[in-house]
Write a new protein. Structure first.
Length: 57
């Protein structure tokens, strides 16, 4: 799923070391009280998702 966006970025002379490791589609971004994207909450959400993916089954 990530190959196509990576190819697009590379074709636009995007530096390879800046390519994203993963792409997550989320229904909504967490917002702060003033309506800005809450990067703190977003980071926590991504950490929770990756922990669930890497949890032993």
């Amino acid at each position: 799923m990530l190959q196509s966006p990576q190819r697009l970025l590379l074709s636009q002379d995007f530096a390879e070391h800046k390519l994203p490791e993963r792409l997550e589609i989320v229904p909504a971004l967490p917002l702060s009280n003033v309506g800005k994207i809450s990067t703190k909450d977003l980071r926590a959400d991504v950490e929770n998702m990756t922990e669930k993916e890497n949890a032993p089954t």
